[in-house]
Design a protein around this ligand. Structure first.
Ligand code: CA
Length: 486
């Protein structure tokens, strides 16, 4: 029987910029597989504007750490060859690789151009603050270090619709580029009036040459790396009609198994659902609403009603399309979307994504191995390994919820025939010590169950009628299951 799948986000924001990350992945791939990781989402593989950049300030789509550009041949994470070797190592142990693709903007242009722009109100980008005027903009990309290898496409201001810096006056602002058919896309998020513009030189996906070039690149990248899917960055800032076209072209080119997960950073469930409608459910989305519920629960302690934890979340309404996660490289301390789930609640939060029937859970590298940066934290491998093992061996079959108390919730998985001694009972408390009487199945009668988290040391006997009372310590999670070695 097929075992549960688990994605791992294989990076955090503050990895050392020493070019060893692809080698690290190659080395760790067999261990990750043993822990039950079935796919990894790796950071942008494309050359950024500086060698220590995480890749979101993307310079050249076709430089995967191969050309001497922007201060180095390698990217922050290594060379193209090291990347290819890491992907091979993952494939050799049966781990799929999803590549982070950054298509909203470009950075680190090779030359400036004098262009005409209109300044808009940052709070309402549909509101023009000026008449057209000239600025000197960093919008010309000629890639002298690569030349025309792989693509002869050169970018200039006609391929962008906005920028934020005038090199002549050193003035910053949001400058909409003036030109024929030039405007913000209508098919983007509507925060700030229109949220097409995020940062740097914003790519104009109304331009036919741009659309063609980026679709060609998408195919080239997947063919070159033989990767298994894409994590699509910042797509609420990109024309969703183009995203759909891109996805359909990729599926036709690489086959229906090619996987997509999109970053649509909206706390509002309705906005996520609307995006899935736009894209005809071709892609999965990160469950941002659930992340914020987990964050809120960790902030509020016993004041949070745990029985509401899945209300207004994507995994609740669209379980097939939800990638559930606890934290990521943007939510970690001091980063752009800081909303770090507090340490005491992390084991419970991970139980809520790893041991449920619904959703495609994604484990964060920073939680597993630790984070660096201004507020470093140690890795939480000890309890995460316990939960991963429970996910791999126990969390199967029918699910019954006991979300009947604001401070103590529980659920059971009844197990399946194909996985011996599977089934488990999970209890979470955000208040005092608690317990939950739950039904785990008459077929389990007489079995002795233990807490796989090792936070409680008693043994629980499953009663004749398939019930037992499962305890939990205050502010923690216990995962009860038959103590069997397979
Ligand atoms: Ca945009």
């Amino acid at each position: 029987m097929e075992r549960n799948k688990t994605i791992m986000q294989f990076f955090e924001w503050h990895l050392e910029p020493d070019g060893t990350h692809w080698s690290r992945l190659k080395e760790l791939a067999p261990q990750l597989k043993e822990k039950g990781i079935t796919s990894v989402w790796i950071p942008p593989v494309t050359k950024a504007s500086t060698p220590d950049n995480n890749g979101y300030a993307i310079y050249d789509l076709y430089d995967l750490g191969e050309f001497d550009q922007k201060g180095s041949v390698r990217t922050k994470f290594g060379t193209k060859q090291e990347l290819l070797d890491a992907i091979d190592a993952c494939h050799n142990v049966g781990i799929k690789v999803y590549v982070d693709v950054v298509m909203n903007h470009k950075a680190g242009a090779d030359e400036t151009e004098v262009i005409e722009v209109i300044e808009v109100d940052p709070e309402d980008r549909t509101k023009e603050l000026s008449e057209p005027f000239e600025i000197e903009a960093w919008t010309k990309f000629t890639f002298p270090g690569r030349g025309e290898k792989y693509s002869s496409f050169q970018w200039d201001h006609t391929h962008f619709n906005g920028t934020d810096y005038d090199a002549r006056t050193e003035k910053t602002g949001i400058f909409k580029i003036v030109g024929e058919h030039k405007d913000w896309s209508k098919h983007v998020d509507d925060e700030f009036g229109n949220y097409d513009y995020l940062m740097l030189a914003d790519i104009d996906y109304e331009h036919p040459e741009v659309k063609q070039e980026v679709i060609e690149w998408g195919k080239w990248l997947a063919d070159t790396l033989n990767c298994d899917g894409y994590r699509m960055d910042a797509i609420k800032h990109i024309n969703h009609q183009f995203i759909k076209e891109f996805v359909v072209e990729m599926l036709n080119h690489r086959g229906d198994d090619f996987y997509f997960v999109g970053e649509v950073w909206k706390t509002d469930l309705h906005a996520c659902q609307k995006y899935l409608d736009h894209i005809d459910y071709h892609i999965d989305l990160f469950d941002v609403p659930l992340h914020y519920k987990l964050h809120q629960a960790s902030q509020e302690g016993s004041g949070f009603d745990l029985s509401t934890i899945f209300e207004d979340t994507l995994v609740n309404t669209h379980p097939q399309n939800a990638v559930t996660f606890v934290d990521n490289h943007d939510t970690q301390p001091q980063e752009s979307l800081e909303s770090w789930v507090q340490e005491w609640f992390k084991p419970s939060a991970y139980a809520l994504i790893l041991l449920r029937r619904d959703g495609n859970p994604c484990l964060f590298y920073g939680d597993y191995y630790g984070i660096n940066g201004p507020e470093p934290e140690d890795g939480k491998q000890e309890f995460l390994d316990r939960l991963l093992l429970a996910r791999y061996n126990k969390a199967y079959g029918e699910q019954h919820d006991y979300f009947d108390h604001p401070n103590t919730i529980g659920w059971v998985r009844l197990g399946v025939e194909g996985v011996e001694k599977s089934g488990c009972a999970v209890v979470i408390s955000n208040g005092d010590d608690g317990e939950k009487r739950m039904y785990v199945g008459e077929d389990k009668a007489g079995e002795t169950w233990v807490d796989l988290m090792d936070s409680r040391d008693e043994q629980i006997l499953i009663e004749e009628n398939g019930y037992a009372t499962f305890p939990v310590n205050g502010g923690s999670v216990s995962v009860w299951a038959c103590d069997s070695q397979e």
